[in-house]
Ligand binder design. Structure first.
Ligand SMILES: *Cc1c(COP(=O)(O)O)cnc(C)c1O
Length: 383
């Protein structure tokens, strides 16, 4: 466990975001809460119980391990859907535990059938159609084969879903490609339904698609980034604002990240600071050492560019980001003391360091910054 910094999760912002999503998406659309990559860095064990309290009863993860972590974090059994990796052996355990999983090729379907037979228990599957992303999914011919296999073994399959994934709904430049994918999806769905396969949930939308292409909502939407309080891109937010009179963001960021000043130093003009010669003191300055580095998820590309908040003021990160430490210039805060709070992400006083400010400098996506936050940092829930 890393104790030199802590991640805070604001509970009321969870409810704010889920309520907003539910209101906008409508009662008929099920929200599957995407909690892959340790719940976008927020921490599966801490955030899943909050989403559950907010009324979420369907969760999506990437792999089997995450599915078991979600299951262990829930107060009551809820649907858990594995969208990606499961080892062949864990396909058996997934069926046993009643996890849903994507069938993105016929190899997966055959493994599922074998285990379902051995266990004499239905596999809860989502047929994933390849509609143009060219990443994962069954193409037309593979789908026809899958349909035959499922129809020949109806007692072993519960077709929970028929789905696809869109290749970049957050950017208007992909508009044409997305429209093609939506058409293709409906063709393939019709093929399945005409062959007697009626999925409970038809789904394809992630956060961006759910808002930019409302028709893609269908029965279920897989919402990741928005429930954590972020828009998928500036474009999706602008699209949402449209002509609204109030230009305010209805989402609230849940996550904050803070640490403390570990040590303070006075540095004379002409001295280099930290490793190498990337920062030369041009005047006498005062520095604060902060126990956060790239091993916690503070990107090295923030060297000499990052900002932190101390005593309500913005301070520059100087020198290179170390594995476990950064140095900030606190010359303008004469009364700063060892032990003072340092905000890495979040608010302090009137100022805020946003994940996007962070990601703009480091050239990472919000998604990336969040996913890099070490799972070993302690998570604390706050009001
Ligand atoms: C990650 C993911 C999502 C969620 O995407 P957001 O942009 O975070 O809403 C939905 N579907 C699939 C298949 C995903 O991998």
């Amino acid at each position: 466990m890393i104790e030199s910094s802590r991640i805070t999760l604001r509970e009321k912002s969870v409810y704010n975001n889920i309520n907003f999503l539910r209101k906008k998406l409508g009662k008929k659309v099920k929200i599957s809460s995407v909690v892959k990559a340790n719940a976008y860095g927020h921490g599966i064990e801490q955030i899943v119980p909050l989403f559950e309290k907010a009324g979420i009863d369907h969760f999506s993860v990437f792999d089997y391990n995450e599915a078991t972590r979600v299951a262990n974090s829930l107060a009551a059994p809820q649907s858990i859907m594995i969208m990606g990796w499961i080892s062949d052996n864990n396909v058996k355990n997934a069926i046993l535990k009643g996890f849903d999983f994507f069938v993105f090729n016929n190899e997966r379907l055959l493994v599922a059938l074998e285990h379902a037979k051995a266990l004499n228990k239905k596999a809860r599957i989502h047929l994933e159609a390849e509609t143009g992303m060219n990443r994962s999914g069954l193409n037309n011919q593979e789908l026809i084969k899958a349909i035959t296999l499922i129809n020949d073994n109806k007692e072993y399959f519960d077709v929970q879903g028929f789905c696809t994934h869109l290749a970049g709904a957050e950017s208007i430049s992909n508009h044409f490609r997305i429209q093609k994918q939506i058409k293709k999806y409906h063709k393939m769905l019709t093929l399945a339904e005409k062959s007697g396969i009626i999925p409970q949930f038809r789904h394809m939308a992630n956060s961006a698609a759910a808002f930019v292409y409302p028709k893609t909502r269908m029965d279920l939407v897989r919402i990741g980034i928005m429930q954590y309080g972020f828009w998928s891109s500036a474009e999706t937010f602008i699209h949402y604002l449209g002509n609204k009179a109030k230009r305010i963001d209805p989402l609230e960021r849940i996550l904050g990240w803070d640490s403390k000043i570990m040590s303070i130093k006075e540095i004379k003009t002409g001295e280099y600071i930290g490793y190498g010669i990337t920062f030369l003191a041009q005047s006498d300055i005062k520095t604060a050492l902060i126990p956060v580095g790239y091993s916690c998820g503070y990107s090295r590309s923030l060297s000499n560019r990052g900002r932190v908040l101390i005593r309500g003021q913005r301070c520059s990160v100087i020198g290179v980001v170390n594995m476990n430490m950064i140095i900030a210039d606190i010359t303008n805060i004469p009364d700063a003391e060892v032990g003072d709070e340092v905000v890495i992400i979040g608010r302090q006083g009137d100022l805020e360091i946003k994940v996007s400010a962070f990601s703009d400098i480091s050239n990472e996506l919000n998604y990336e910054v969040l996913a890099h936050l070490s799972g070993k940092i302690k998570r604390t829930i706050i009001n």
